[in-house]
Every structure is written in structure tokens, then in C-alpha cells.
Design a protein around this ligand. Structure first.
Ligand code: FAD
Length: 262
């Protein structure tokens, strides 16, 4: 690693000031520290967000569950509030990585990082959540802009994410067995404003699948999700061909709908 300085602010105003001055936010370090060890990132200053109280907590607010950016995956997985209101989201968090990753990894770090095979972005997009930052509120449909990129500006911090409570929702992933990231993961949600289907692991980033959304709007059943998915635009790599990923999207969608329907 290169030399760097380390700050641990205890208030959001101070964290914001340090980020504005060029400090790099550090959440659980699950991606950032590995990137620094590999010399893929070399920030001059790390701003540890772990002691900022405004970034913590999980609460019900009207028809939303609002989760602080520093909520660890294990905390979301075991939250009574999340389990009660959006069990599919709690299940998603419980299936991330291994116990160590879930103890340290955070909602904000996962979503800011926007790994193309990460699980959380599919819940954010699938539920039509709102990303709250130190500067504004960003709708999920505008947030994920491409491979490891988001609408966040240089020093903008995610403070929390507001997830609207759906009528039904579930997430199913086919794990890449070594990393446990999604080879394909599908989040389905039946909401007051319609059905949303978000796919992760398929390409350069999470995306909504309009064909599945239309089919599931007509009939929210596993059979309706059994349509032939096109492989066009999907990734092909050593783990899976585009055709295999296309098939997985349909199968994961069918299983997710079955799970959501209970
Ligand atoms: C072995 C392993 C297995 C994994 N398996 C899975 C899996 O199955 N599914 C899955 O979804 N993920 C998986 N992950 C990813 C993991 O869940 C973490 O969420 C992810 O690595 C980000 O880590 P972090 O939250 O510690 O953030 P960090 O590594 O600390 O930060 C990541 C990036 O986000 C930025 N950042 C952090 N917080 C904020 C904020 N509040 N505002 C703005 N920017 C911010 C940082 O500056 C950095 O650029 C795995 C990771 C590992 C190491």
C-alpha cells in the first residue's frame, strides 16, 4: 500500500468537510482495502465513516424502510423491521458473501461501489428505492450509470436508502461459487405502481428487465416468468456464456416469484 492519512470523524458535517477536501470514504473496507492492497486505488486520505451516528440505524418512515448507509449486511439480515416489512431484502442481505463480509460490508459501500455482480443494487432498483445523499435524493432509476459507476458526484456521500414497502418481493441468485457474488441474481417486486424486475450479474451493471415486468404484470406467477430471455448484451466470460446467463435470468425470476408468492 502507499502511505495515506486516516481520519475518523464523529459527525456527518465533519465527514462531509473531509470528503469535500478530497478524503476517500471508507465504510467496511471490503472492496476499498483490497483495491488499495492491489494498488488499484491510492487515496491520500481515508475518511472512516464508522463513527458517524447519522449514517446508522434502520427505521420505518411512512411506507418506507429507511436504512443508514453504514448498516452492515448482518444488521439488515437480522433487523426485525426489515424482516417484517421487506423479508426479501433481509434474505438478500443474509445471502451476501460469508459471515466476515456480512459483519463488515455495508449497504452504502455496496451501492456506491456498484459492482456489476453485487446483490444490493438489484434491491435498490427492483424496489424503486431512493438514495439519500449529503446533497440530494436520487431515484434508483437514475442512480446506477454503468460499470462501477453511479450518479454520485466526487465528494457526495450516501447517507441512507429509503426502500418503499412492496406488496410482495423476493431475490434469488445463482451464486458464483468461489466469491458468492451473483452469476445472475433477480429481484422481483409487486408494488402499488406495478411490477419491477431487476437483474444483476448479467452485464456491465444492474438493469430492469422490461419483458419480465410486462409478463409478470399480466400474471404474477412463476409460469409467466418462464419466457425465453434474449442473450443479447449479456456478458460471456469464463464463468458462464451469455446464453447460459439468459437462461438463468428466466429460472431465477421464476424462483423469485414463487418465493414472493410464498
Ligand atoms: C469475499 C467477498 C465476497 C462478497 N460477496 C458478495 C456477495 O455475495 N454479494 C454482494 O452484493 N456483495 C458481495 N461482496 C461485496 C461486499 O458485500 C461489500 O458490500 C462491498 O465489498 C463494499 O464493501 P464496504 O461496504 O466495506 O465498502 P468499502 O469497501 O469501504 O467502500 C467501497 C466503495 O464505496 C465508497 N463508499 C463507501 N461508503 C460510502 C458512502 N456512504 N457514500 C459514498 N461512497 C461510499 C468507498 O469510497 C469505496 O469507493 C463480497 C465481498 C467480498 C470481499
Amino acid at each position: 500500500m502507499y502511505a495515506f492519512t486516516f481520519e475518523r470523524p464523529t459527525a456527518l458535517a465533519e465527514a462531509t468537510r473531509l470528503a469535500d477536501a478530497g478524503g476517500k470514504p471508507l465504510a467496511g473496507g471490503q472492496t476499498l482495502l483490497a483495491s488499495m492492497k492491489l494498488r488499484l486505488a491510492n487515496p491520500e486520505q481515508l475518511v472512516d465513516l464508522g463513527a458517524v451516528p447519522e449514517l446508522t440505524g434502520i427505521r420505518r418512515q411512512g411506507n418506507d424502510v429507511v436504512i443508514g448507509a453504514m448498516a452492515r449486511h448482518a444488521e439488515v439480515a437480522s433487523s426485525d423491521e426489515v424482516r417484517k416489512a421487506i423479508p426479501g431484502l433481509a434474505d438478500l442481505a443474509a445471502g451476501i458473501g460469508d459471515r466476515q463480509v456480512r459483519a463488515l460490508g455495508t449497504l452504502g459501500g455496496s451501492v456506491a461501489n456498484n459492482d456489476p455482480a453485487a446483490c444490493y443494487p438489484s434491491a435498490v432498483l427492483g424496489l424503486g428505492a431512493t438514495v439519500q445523499t449529503t446533497k440530494r435524493k436520487i431515484a434508483a432509476d437514475d442512480f446506477f450509470t454503468g460499470l462501477f459507476t453511479t450518479a454520485l458526484e466526487e465528494s457526495e456521500l450516501i447517507t441512507a436508502i429509503a426502500f418503499p414497502i412492496p406488496q410482495k418481493a423476493a431475490y434469488i441468485k445463482f451464486k458464483q461459487p468461489a466469491s458468492r457474488f451473483a452469476l445472475i441474481g433477480v429481484f422481483v417486486a409487486q408494488t402499488a405502481s406495478g411490477v419491477r424486475v431487476a437483474v444483476t450479474g448479467g452485464g456491465s451493471g444492474v438493469f430492469r428487465h422490461k419483458g419480465l415486468e410486462e409478463a409478470l404484470t399480466r400474471s404474477f406467477t412463476p409460469a409467466a416468468a418462464g419466457l425465453k430471455v434474449s442473450s443479447e448484451g449479456l456478458s460471456s466470460d469464463l464463468h458462464a456464456s451469455a446464453e447460459y446467463r439468459a437462461q438463468l435470468i428466466s429460472v431465477m425470476a421464476q424462483r423469485a416469484v414463487a418465493k414472493a408468492n410464498g
